[in-house]
Design a protein around this ligand. Structure first.
Ligand SMILES: [Zn+2]
Length: 429
């Protein structure tokens, strides 16, 4: 019988031997400019992943998220899911990566889709977020097959789309159709860039909303004839400063969010639009503004409810309605995500942590992400709790010019993923 020790040594050696292949795969994936929006090149990238895994005995399926935002004949939302059965019944371990990347943007000193290798790093848009992680998970699973170890259950690798725009054509679509639920899948690792010595067990929630104050238009020379929506919005902002911001700052969480500044409830004022647009001459419109719109980005802690968070804002607006003459408002939800946090003593977190101890030789840090990623859909829609994010690269580099992933990080994280998968499949964790 094969013991964990034998397999561990063989796996680690195998992954070291495939270092160059891991670099090449990362470069090839970066070479697909899967920029979202608009969602370019998804089919080509998905087929590349599927063709590679089909050669290794995976059953490959392509799922187009027909009718989801952005899906069109020109930019089809194509996901790839590959499954490899083991030697008998057992759990399924799934590695899920998004294949979309954000726009390259300005400020690059090198070609963003060339996959340049320099100073022990692979550079390119998506290098860390998250084609490096996808490549590491593929090499991890292939190495598990290479070293001939028999294992029960099944392994899946998916490349999904549109994470950067909410995941509706990707993980959300698939989760709604059972692709991320037991009994098909039991454990999920999402190789987002969170450093190879950290296990990310979840993320905060989000509420985006637009608040509009309403006024009455009048000539700017006689503001007393109108009702200024911007002054009403100023009253809202004043209450936020006086009441809401201090309250949010004082609220703390048991979620180990990194950076620690995000271990509080936070509120960002995303944008403010008020009054009439400037005239063609460039001069301001001489009018009393009848509308002012504020968009807010409220991030929630696991201890908070979406209803409570909304009620807190609505309460301020309702009090202003009672107390302030001429105050009228409306509010509109734009986006809602509930916080998600896996059990740090659950199988996937525990086995990944043990693998980090074995490969890196120190205790991992358990963290939560200040922003969200596809875990929300797996948790809320797929009803699968045993999901974490773990992968190579530094989160700070994501979406930046000259994004890169360290090659040592790629190799280290591939080792951790392989060991974690092995122990999950064999239920040793
Ligand atoms: Zn990402």
């Amino acid at each position: 019988m094969t013991t964990l020790g034998d397999v561990t040594d063989a796996l680690l050696a195998r992954i070291d031997a495939r270092r160059d292949e891991l670099i090449d795969l990362t470069r090839e994936l970066i070479g697909f400019p899967t920029v979202n929006p608009p969602g370019a090149g998804y089919a080509e990238c998905a087929q590349f992943i599927g063709a590679r895994l089909a050669q290794r005995g995976f059953t490959v399926e392509y799922v187009r998220a027909v009718g989801t935002p952005g899906d069109s004949e020109r930019y089809p939302r194509i996901n790839v899911i590959a499954r490899r059965e083991g030697n008998g019944p057992g759990p399924c371990v799934h590695f899920n990566s998004h294949i979309d990347v954000v726009q390259a943007g300005a400020g690059w000193s090198l070609a963003p889709f060339a996959g340049l290798v320099r100073d022990g790093r692979v550079y390119g848009r998506g290098a860390c977020d998250m084609k490096g992680g996808l490549a590491a998970s593929i090499v991890a699973v292939e190495s598990l097959l290479d070293c001939g170890a028999r294992w029960p259950g099944a392994v899946e690798i998916s490349g999904t789309v549109d994470e950067e725009s909410g995941g509706y054509g990707g993980v959300h679509y698939l989760a709604e159709r059972g692709w991320f639920s037991p009994p098909r899948v039991d454990h999920v690792i999402i190789p987002e860039p969170l450093n190879p010595d950290r296990v990310c067990i979840g993320h905060r929630g989000v509420w985006w909303a637009e608040i509009e104050t309403h006024g009455r238009i009048a000539h700017g020379s006689m503001p007393f004839l109108g009702n200024c929506a911007i002054r009403h919005m100023e009253a809202v902002l004043h209450r936020f400063e006086q009441e809401l911001f201090p309250k949010l700052k004082a609220r703390t969480t048991d979620m180990p969010v990194v950076p620690s500044g995000a271990r509080h409830s936070t509120l960002n004022l995303n944008s403010l639009h008020g009054g009439q647009a400037e005239q063609a001459s460039g001069l301001p419109a001489p009018c009393v503004p009848d509308s002012c719109r504020l968009t807010i980005d409220r991030r929630l802690l696991i201890e908070e409810s979406l209803e409570g968070v909304k009620a807190e804002v609505v309460d301020i607006l309702e009090r202003l309605t009672r107390e302030r003459e001429g105050f009228r408002y409306s509010i509109r939800d734009i986006l809602e995500v509930i916080p998600s946090m896996a059990d740090r003593n659950g199988p996937v977190a525990r086995s990944t942590a043990a693998a980090i101890r074995r490969v890196i030789g120190r205790d991992p840090e358990f963290i939560c992400s200040p922003g969200t990623y596809d875990q929300k859909h797996i948790d809320r829609v797929g009803k699968l709790k045993d999901c974490i994010a773990y992968g190579p690269g530094l989160l700070d580099l994501a979406h930046q010019p000259d994004e890169y992933v360290g090659i040592d990080d790629l190799v280290t994280s591939a080792k951790v993923m392989a060991l974690a998968a092995w122990s999950l499949l064999n239920r040793v964790a």
